[in-house]
Design a protein. Sequence first.
Lengths: 385, 385
Amino acid sequence: MKPDSNLPSARDKLLFTPGPLTTSLSVKQAMLHDAGSWHFEFNALVASVRKRLLKLAGLSHEAGWEVVPLQGSGTFGVEAVFQSCVPHNGKVVVLANGAYGERIAQMLKHARIDHTVLRTAEDTPSDAAALEACLVADKAVTHVASVHCETTTGILNPIEKLGAVTKRHGRVFVVDAMSSFGGMPIDFEQCGIDFLISSSNKCVEGVPGFSFVFARRALLLASEGWARSLSLDLLGQLKGFEKNGQFRYTPPTHVILAFDQALRELEEEGGIPARSERYKQNHQALMTGMIRLGFRSYLPSPVQSHIITSFLYPDAKFDFTDFYHRVADKGFVLYPGKISQCDTFRIGNIGRLTESEMKQVVYAIGEAVAEMGIKMESASAAKAQ
Amino acid sequence: MKPDSNLPSARDKLLFTPGPLTTSLSVKQAMLHDAGSWHFEFNALVASVRKRLLKLAGLSHEAGWEVVPLQGSGTFGVEAVFQSCVPHNGKVVVLANGAYGERIAQMLKHARIDHTVLRTAEDTPSDAAALEACLVADKAVTHVASVHCETTTGILNPIEKLGAVTKRHGRVFVVDAMSSFGGMPIDFEQCGIDFLISSSNKCVEGVPGFSFVFARRALLLASEGWARSLSLDLLGQLKGFEKNGQFRYTPPTHVILAFDQALRELEEEGGIPARSERYKQNHQALMTGMIRLGFRSYLPSPVQSHIITSFLYPDAKFDFTDFYHRVADKGFVLYPGKISQCDTFRIGNIGRLTESEMKQVVYAIGEAVAEMGIKMESASAAKAQ
């Protein structure tokens, strides 16, 4: 008898995405409990999570920092900064080289906040000199916004240079570090950061359901009365925690229990330096394998992050949907491309993944292209490129 | 040797709260998997959840209805309706008799939307005649907002009467049914409802992490360009689902897996009629037991919902914190009061709770008051009240 090829795998598919990502079983098991959102035990856990997040970022209350978790996805956290911490006569310069920079511009448009977008090509980091010229020329600008790792491509923007320019001209610096925080060291003071946003389901390796905003306390306090939304009112959210230790509105209790465990596992792994090292190794294993197969990455290597990588379609007739399903059938979930200029797909290497699993996904991709009869460029030709 | 009284119980405490509430183990176990938010299997599950939610509400696409899930707590869903579906020259009448009605007024204030609040006392249902007078007098009013079960007290507002008045005067009717949807039948057409909001962690018995908005499609489509927030843009969210079956921004994947299971269990229980019946029995068992102990409920019985009940402190010196901790130590989490006019605490009877567990919490409360040496009014005196 022929074996049943439709028999489902005993294991969940691994996610090679920018998040939601593959998390450890123990992180998910932490959700097997119902916690009362008003109950003192849960409040103590929230306080502990906030304290450990600050420490993880190398920040402290004494140095004037707060961390404010907010319900919703990472986008909600980014929007909350603009909806509540930009004054009504404020103006934001947005540095954009991908979908997440453009999304900030969309947010500002919805909130009717004056803004300018400084664009660079999707394969080109944001330009500190152009930012400086803009800040010199336009005195109305109050805030500068940058996306650290632009997940559209996987490009890293030079937040240290951008922050230095922003601070030299006395503006507020907002960094969307959604997919980078926890996965690489970030020196907040060195980068002149005033607000930094990330979320539960990225490099801390929790599950999705809330974002968190690191903010200078003085800037939060100065925003009294500015919030254009109640749900997205960051100062209001902070005041809630300070009043009774609680989220103002129902928190995603299970997601927070999972995040507490994820933070513990990050601490046990050796903190951000160790995790950054694992992701670098993952990225290296991925690149080695994909180049050997004949794939080429979209970005030049100096600006490529070790978070997520965009790969060019191997030829013009490449059927991504077919490819995606074939790789998924083998147990690996890839991510489509988001680049406007050319056809790509993406492979993330964050989450509970190791070098061994990066090799497995490369093996599955090799099988898929062979099944599809795709003629790959030779590895040496690809390497020479 | 004395037994160790600090030995933790093998079981989680039961939550007698308005949510997050006690959910079944199978609902929580559904979260033991990581799902890709772009993956076709997850998209199919989201489509199924949306379809079954509409059916549960007795609505259909054919009759012009949509359901739009939105990341964040229930408050985010309520605010999204106002932030995105009230025009810039719109005006809202808010019917308020508790904290959740007042919260809608706060939202409108943040969003700089013109509004009037029609208040009744916390023990008095909203007044349809007063609403009618207001709508006749103020032609600028475009929307009417009501909280169905005001969780502050547990009072039920007469949405059928309020909706009839609203429709007679051609206004849009928005119902916050956070703690009632799923726990009692609601006839949308009979009540003239245009928008109704609830959340994942209430009577459907899922875990917290998103809200969902039932809306008339025509009203969503008419709101093009009105949204004051990107994250809270309901029409944008609907368009996202219609474009590729996905949430626009990262959904709480695990919470949605749990909700899918919660919907299945609600269907298996016999739908809303059966669940409503269980909650009524829970409420009845609670009232019988609490009255026997000598407690009195805050609300007169005709306006009391079977969702949550406010009980008066038994005497002026009642130490709620001590009481709360004693009952918690026995394995039951109660809820503090929120009424401005007098001292109360609350007991919810929604979630995966049965009559037997309502009797258990009453027994534990009886033990706690005995330990505290509180002299209760006799049951017969309380009954006569």
